[in-house]
Design a protein around this ligand. Structure first.
Ligand code: ZN
Length: 222
């Protein structure tokens, strides 16, 4: 099973990716996590990426693609995987198609977590991050045990500039503009399923379970 997840910041995509990874027993491949890991490990790809990041530039498509494809080849991903944050544009989507086709496999489904603006603002503006270890909290949904202190490392929590209301709305608009061509690409292939992600994580997950279950029974009838 190869799944691709799409959704603006605050759509709860990361949470669903983790739930799906446990449920389907396939790895969750997140572009953000992989990029951070490569930089942290000081790998060759990580060093190349860091050179761009240090200059405040975007890490080029090809470099991100190399990291993702390398991860997709590891043994734990041979029964499938969940992509999160990739592909980001049409050229990545085409590179991904080619790579997967070369392995005689195919993308099963692209899930788009659609969320209303108000809910995204509410979710993201409550988010707090640990200064030291980067763990995420939420003032309402996932508060730390001690006010504004990280449960894991005891460092102080803060609100990222990105999570302030004006920035959130701006990020959402940028996301919608960038993702439309990629979503259309999967829609044309009849692989896109839009999920209303305004609800709580358990409710959204149940909807995905039903979609996967329906596909499975449709497949077995053939
Ligand atoms: Zn911490």
């Amino acid at each position: 099973m190869i799944l691709i997840l799409f959704g603006p910041p605050g759509a709860g995509k990361g949470t669903q990716a983790k739930l799906l990874s446990d449920y389907l027993k396939i790895p969750h491949i997140s572009t953000g996590d992989i990029l951070r890991q490569h930089v942290k490990d000081g790998s060759l790809l990580g060093k190349k990426a860091k050179a761009y990041m240090d200059k405040g530039e975007l890490v080029p498509d090809a470099l991100v693609t190399d990291m993702i494809f390398e991860r997709m080849q590891r043994p734990d991903a041979n029964k499938g995987f969940i992509l999160d944050g990739y592909p980001r544009n049409l050229s990545q989507a085409e590179a991904l198609d080619k790579n997967i086709k070369d392995k005689n496999s195919r993308i099963d489904l692209a899930l788009y977590f659609q969320t209303s603006k108000d809910i995204i603002v509410k979710r993201l503006s409550g988010r707090r991050v640990c200064r030291k270890c980067g763990r995420n909290y939420h003032l309402v949904n996932m508060p730390p045990k001690k006010d504004m202190i990280c449960d894991d490392c005891g460092a102080e929590l803060y609100q990222r500039e990105d999570d302030k209301e004006e920035t959130v709305i701006n990020r959402l608009n940028v996301y919608l503009k960038q993702s439309t061509p990629v979503l259309d690409y999967y829609k044309k292939q009849n692989k896109l399923q839009t999920i209303n992600s305004d609800f709580a994580a358990e409710v959204v997950f149940k909807v995905i379970e039903d979609i996967l279950g329906a596909r499975k029974s449709a497949g077995s009838k053939k």
